[in-house]
Design a protein around this ligand. Structure first.
Ligand code: ZN
Length: 138
């Protein structure tokens, strides 16, 4: 109890991060971090917006989750990420509420973070990501 969940980022699927960046920079956001996640077939860019972030997602190939998303519905809102202090505890709480993560598993996110996704059919139509911040390097 007393565990704080906060909005971490809103993710947008794009055909090209390079092509999308000028719009977000014009809106006043700053590019903080870019990283490829080969296991998910995606390139990511994180832009700061006040206390939260916008995450841009560009597929590394057509036959990837984000590639199929773009083919199905075009660029646009992809998921919402909530940060939790302890992913294991959060997943236990979700499981008790009948909510199981996509693929039943924890995945590797950007910056060494552990993440899990919930399918939109289980969440009222929104792909949800839970993010546990990586421990600070000592
Ligand atoms: Zn995300």
């Amino acid at each position: 109890m007393g565990e704080k969940t906060r909005l971490r980022h809103v993710a947008v699927a794009v055909e090209s991060i390079d092509a999308a960046l000028p719009l977000w920079k014009a809106l006043g956001l700053e590019l903080r971090h870019t990283e490829d996640i080969p296991s998910e077939g995606v390139r990511t860019a994180h832009l700061t917006a006040g206390g939260g972030e916008v995450e841009l997602l560009e597929p590394l190939a057509g036959d990837t989750p984000v590639g199929r998303f773009l083919e199905r519905q075009g660029p646009g809102l992809h998921h919402i990420a909530l940060e939790v202090p302890d992913l294991t505890t959060a997943l236990q709480r979700c499981s008790a509420a009948g909510l199981e993560p996509l693929g039943g598993e924890v995945r590797d996110g950007t910056e060494g973070m552990r993440v899990a996704f919930f399918h939109p059919r289980d969440t009222g139509g929104v792909l949800l990501e839970l993010v546990e911040p990586a421990p600070k390097p000592v």
